[in-house]
Design a protein around this ligand. Structure first.
Ligand SMILES: Cc1cc2nc3c(=O)[nH]c(=O)nc-3n(C[C@H](O)[C@H](O)[C@H](O)COP(=O)(O)OP(=O)(O)OC[C@H]3O[C@@H](n4cnc5c(N)ncnc54)[C@H](O)[C@@H]3O)c2cc1C
Length: 364
């Protein structure tokens, strides 16, 4: 699967991304044909049945190709895995999601509530044998494109997250609309916008009381994906800079012979080693009690390191680092995106800080 992801990134993503951007269209056919749409789903459901460390190796390769497309596959794979584990939803959605014929989206954020997830107000109410959802979601990736969205909702007026549930909403259901699409610094081929839900019919995935835990479990896997995607972007930036600096002559020798260039790229290489160690360690701990903090360390460090790398590598190319022909300017914008998606660095610091505070041993 890692080799398949590397070939997909090199042969189908890198040469095509400029065209996707020009057309502003999500590459559904390429994604469906990638064979990377059921990474964590069981083999008997048609999935690849990968462990988390194996899956993260796939995401590092995808991060080399294009971090925005890789992010959309991270979200889709999280949805496919959640649906495959739920008997009723699996019967309708598991096969098409795993095959990539259908796409999955995950919707937690609202216009007034991002990091503060417990402040959401979208409301799910029981309705006969199903549920109905009313509210407005923001920053919905694959808006209008995904076929089924897992939507995190409140189910009562009680403040906090104890009543939170997760429901599945179909894009084509009555009461579902996508009126606002955002224009972004890059990756306009990935539609992101707002989703209005007006008494939309929904099926229950995680019941009230279990919703926030289910959402956070999925978000931990997604955060680890993003750390691995960051390492892929980081590795690709370094490869571009080393190749360029090995060719480009200045003052009678290749740039790469200049110690100042070597020192700059040496720091990029050290950060890459650290990123890989952090995300791989986090992947091994996913699903254990140590998972959330290990993931927070990786999500805190890897996107920041990728942004530093993209900037340093772009500087190695001088003026050429700013041209669209070289991918570094785009990588800077994508690394900024990776810092925010699935929880900012400050939110990771909160997770790490709380764990430090709770493990503090009393001193005399
Ligand atoms: C490209 C992209 C795709 C996305 N896709 C999805 C999606 O598909 N589904 C979805 O649900 N969401 C999605 N999001 C939303 C994303 O999860 C949120 O943007 C993120 O959680 C941060 O929320 P916010 O942007 O509202 O920032 P805010 O929560 O408003 O935070 C603003 C700033 O304040 C800081 N801050 C907030 N609280 C604290 C605190 N307690 N201590 C210190 N600092 C703090 C933050 O770190 C940040 O720097 C996406 C975002 C992006 C950029």
């Amino acid at each position: 699967m890692q080799a398949r992801a590397a070939a997909f990134a090199r042969e189908q993503v890198m040469p095509a991304v400029a065209e996707w951007e020009r057309d502003g269209r999500y590459p559904r056919a390429a994604v469906a044909g990638s064979g990377l749409t059921g990474l964590f789903c069981p083999v008997d459901a048609g999935g690849a049945g990968l462990s988390y460390p194996e899956g993260m190796a796939v995401f590092e390769e995808l991060g080399r190709g294009d971090a925005a497309l890789a992010f959309s596959l991270s979200m889709h794979n999280a949805v496919a895995a959640a649906v495959a584990g739920h008997p009723e939803l699996a019967a309708r959605w598991a096969r098409p999601l795993v095959a990539g014929e259908a796409l999955g989206g995950f919707s937690l954020t609202e216009p007034h509530a991002g990091s503060d997830a417990a402040a959401i107000t979208t409301r799910a109410e029981p309705d006969g044998s199903g549920w109905r959802v009313t509210g407005r979601k923001a920053w919905v990736s694959l808006a209008g494109e995904a076929d089924v969205f897992l939507v995190v909702c409140k189910t009562s007026d009680e403040p906090g997250h104890r009543d939170v549930a997760v429901v599945a909403v179909e894009r084509s259901a009555p009461g579902v609309s996508f009126s606002t699409l955002y224009r972004k610094a890059c990756a306009d081929f990935l539609p992101i916008g707002e989703m209005e839900l007006d008494a939309a019919p929904a099926a229950l995935l995680a019941p009230p009381g279990a919703g926030m835990r289910a959402a956070l479990g999925a978000i931990d896997v997604a955060r680890c994906d993003i750390a691995a995607i960051s390492a892929g972007l980081h590795a690709e930036a370094l490869d571009v800079a080393v190749a360029y600096a090995g060719e480009r002559q200045a003052f009678g020798r290749p740039l790469l012979d200049l110690q100042a260039i070597q020192f700059s790229l040496a720091d990029v290489a050290t950060d890459l080693e650290a990123s890989r160690l952090l995300y791989r360690r986090a992947a091994e701990r996913l699903g254990t009690a140590d998972g959330p903090v290990a993931v927070a360390h990786a999500k805190r460090f890897c996107p920041d390191a990728a942004l530093r790398a993209a900037i340093a590598c772009s500087e190695t190319l001088g003026a050429y680092g700013w041209l669209l022909d070289h991918p570094l300017a785009r990588m800077i914008a994508l690394a900024k995106m990776l810092q925010v998606v699935d929880g900012t660095a400050e939110i990771q610091r909160l997770v790490i800080g709380r764990s430090l505070a709770s493990s503090r041993s009393p001193r005399d």
